[in-house]
Design a protein around this ligand. Sequence first.
Ligand code: PMP
Length: 363
Amino acid sequence: MKWKQQLDGMQAYKPGKPIEEVQREFGLQEVVKLASNENPFGCSPKVTAYLQDNAVNHAIYPDGYAQNLRTAVANYLGVKETQLLFGNGSDDIITILTRALLYPGVNTIMADPSFSQYWHNADIEGAEVRKIPCINGAHDLNAMAAAIDDKTSIVWVCSPNNPTGVVIADNDLRAFLAKVPSDVLVVLDEAYIEYVTHPEHKNTLPLIEEYPNVLLMRTFSKAYGLASFRVGYAIGQPEVIAKLDPVRAPFNNTILSQTVAAIALSDQDYLQACCEANEKGKKQYVEFCEKHNLTYYPSDTNFIFLNTNADSDIVFHELMKRGFIIRSGNALGTPGFIRVTIGTEAQNEALLGHLETVLKEQG
Ligand code: PMP
């Protein structure tokens, strides 16, 4: 068959190990997954109540334009409805962007380490990938700007960055954007924005007015606790959105996902409570790292990226045997590090107890 040459030897995305697989493999009843930065408290109780009380006709196609959700998000953010593009998770937005803007002969720039889907999708499209190493978990924005040339099509800026957790301060971001040519799209991936508490991080929405080549990308998968429903969205200038919309698959959000995302958005009190609990949970990890002299990056997310000073694949495996799934830095190209999603207070305490034992064993 006439496969795209780029697919030669390409592997599918490997998400964190599924809970059921670990239960089977290690004969464990209870397994906690702190590997994919989901909300450990789940979604708003208003969503749960809706799901229990309402039967939905799944035989009909959903609204391809996600009108009700669009209106809810536009009102919440104070943007025009034409400034929004909805995706089947922000993964889908990434696919749409790469299909629309990347092809052999152009290049795309991203930090390293950062979210793997940027380069994975760029590879599929045959574009050149320019990975710019992070400095202490932060984007090296000067080097990223310097890497831009007339063949650059997309620059990916992940703030806060996955897997490091580091957010970009407003001044740094603006200084960077001022250097980017106006025909290069800057995608600001803000999957974890709800968790940000950094005092120098400001509202990023005005950036799309100041820099029409900026596209913000957000999701209901993280703080809103709706990962399984697959709803992500982009916010940009209407002209940018209008170019991307024809690339989108026709019915890329289900009826139920559109509805529950709008309900979750309406429950900002719950979101706030989750973010506050996350801050407390993060302190448990920070205290642990300080007690054990382990390097960690300042996280503005619901995960922490820390250096175990051990083989992170072994740490990953040992924690899994004890019923906790995390991410090994080896899989993310950062050996020694692990990425742990902040769980509930009890989950964090239990995991840190095990981590202490495992690290002692590793000497
Ligand atoms: N961007 C970043 C930075 C992420 O960490 C993730 C999920 N791991 C995504 C995008 C994709 O999220 P989703 O497709 O669930 O919206």
